[in-house]
Ligand binder design. Structure first.
Ligand code: FES
Length: 106
């Protein structure tokens, strides 16, 4: 299981082993990591799983689809590297993958 890093808005790092095939949002929720709410359960309908992909890992994830891009227009403080973490599936080559959590989700 790849180790995924979640860094909060204050710079605190939390780690979780997340199974291949699981998504980044569920990894945070299952490990009680604050800053990702996941209110719709991963249905790409709430945007409470907003995160920022660390620059070093941006090439590891496919581009957001149209539905995700649409929902990302509704998040607080969107950035170039904004993604919905429920739409990012963990793959075997994602050891050390890092996301940053927006202050607005605490
Ligand atoms: Fe609702 Fe990701 S959990 S959009």
């Amino acid at each position: 299981m790849p180790l995924i890093n979640y860094i909060d808005a204050q710079g605190n790092k939390f780690e979780a082993d997340v199974a291949v095939g699981e998504n980044i949002m569920q990894g945070a929720v299952d490990n009680m990591i604050d800053g990702i709410l996941g209110e719709c359960g991963g249905a790409c309908a709430c945007a409470t799983c907003h995160c920022y992909i660390d620059d070093a890992f941006i090439s590891k994830v496919p581009e957001a689809d149209a539905a995700e891009k649409d929902l990302l227009t509704a998040v607080v403080d969107p950035k170039e590297n904004s993604r919905l973490s429920c739409q990012i599936e963990v793959t075997a080559d994602m050891e050390g993958f890092t996301v940053h959590l927006p202050e607005s989700q605490y």
